[in-house]
Design a protein around this ligand. Structure first.
Ligand code: SF4
Length: 337
């Protein structure tokens, strides 16, 4: 095996999605417009490097709204918040900027709509994840969490003919379909969401990994441990034939022992990961002889979201640009950690 040609399969799409890009630029523009500090409730996106970089520019990350001083500016993260959080912010007279990804907002709206029609809503997702807490908060009396296929036995509903499932946006597509299959066995009239809740970015990143996993001796996924979609990419790689798979925040977390007998390394990154971190991993691989890099393209992405209304309004009033700069703001950051 030591003499096998060394190569890298590089997944595309990978890294930043439109919702993350929008959320990160929202914090940058808020700092530009209002000056530091700008408070951010929870991590704006689940990536250590992004959070550390924004902290250095004056963002202050807090866990709860009541940690923000009265009258200050607070940004709500891409994962979304429950209505009660907006109420808390109003009570503290905070200037709020909502960076919830529009695709998460779509799921919130579905939840409200089905709750208004008095459905039991089965929300497939991971217990305690911020997105799930936010979505469930839209209609707590109608929503129950289903945390994977094995949780289906615990579900009870009022009327089996009036049940719908919704989901967190960053789940494993295959595991979610298995959960739905088991739910439907119990509730044959179960309704599907009006459109896919697992977002395009999650689906495309998993698709690319599926296409290359069987050829990989090692899959390196760049992403943080609290990033749901990144963790799923490691699982998908292992399920689809990669002989090993690891999640790393930075290139320097890669263990040399992982390369023993490895010919083909797969590389991808979660939806909250700036490309600079992928480049650092590719440089490390090249230095070890893995310099033949072949892209595996599963889909093309061109989605972009405009900035939140509050920011666009204030940028316009200040005569500043509201253009998005895809992933560029971290390009010069290098190894900041
Ligand atoms: S992963 Fe999907 S839902 Fe989450 S921020 Fe990105 S586009 Fe939005």
């Amino acid at each position: 095996m030591a003499d096998s040609p060394k190569r890298v399969l590089l997944a595309a799409p990978r890294g930043y999605c439109a919702g993350v890009d929008r959320a990160v630029v929202t914090v940058e523009k808020a700092l530009e417009l209002y000056g530091a500090p700008v408070y951010v409730r929870k991590q704006i996106v689940h990536n250590k490097h992004v959070v550390t970089t924004l902290e250095k520019r004056g963002a202050v990350f807090v866990d709860e709204t009541d940690e923000v001083p009265e009258g200050a500016t607070v940004v709500f993260s891409a994962h979304g918040v429950a209505p009660v959080v907006h109420e808390e912010a109003r009570a503290l007279s905070l200037r709020t900027i909502d960076a919830t990804c529009p695709l998460v907002t779509k799921v919130h709206r579905e939840a409200v709509r089905f709750a208004d029609a008095d459905y039991d809503i089965l929300l497939i997702g991971h217990e305690g994840h911020e997105e799930v807490v936010g979505t469930a908060g839209e209609a707590p009396e109608h929503i129950q969490l289903v945390d994977g296929p094995d949780d289906v036995v615990n579900v009870t509903v009022r009327d089996p003919d009036k049940v719908v499932w919704l989901s967190q946006t960053t789940l494993s597509v295959d595991e979610t379909m298995e959960t739905v299959r088991r739910l439907r066995e119990r509730f044959p009239s179960l309704q599907d969401p009006p459109s896919d809740d697992i977002c395009y970015a999650t689906q495309n990143r998993q698709l690319a990994v599926k296409q290359m996993a069987a050829e990989c001796d090692l899959m390196l996924v760049i992403g943080s441990r609290n990033s749901s979609n990144s963790v799923r990419l490691v699982e998908v790689a292992l399920e689809h034939g990669s002989r090993a798979g690891h999640l790393v925040d930075y290139a320097d977390e890669i263990d040399e022992a992982w390369f023993a007998g490895v010919s083909t390394v797969g590389v991808t990154s979660g939806a909250s990961v700036p490309e600079i971190l992928v480049r650092e991993v590719l440089e490390l691989l090249a230095a070890r002889g893995y310099d033949d890099v072949r892209p595996v393209v599963a889909a093309e992405e061109s989605i972009m979201f405009s900035l939140p209304t509050e920011i666009r309004r204030d940028l316009k009033a200040a005569g500043k640009s509201d253009k998005m700069r895809h992933d560029a703001s971290f390009a010069e950051a290098g190894s900041l950690h």
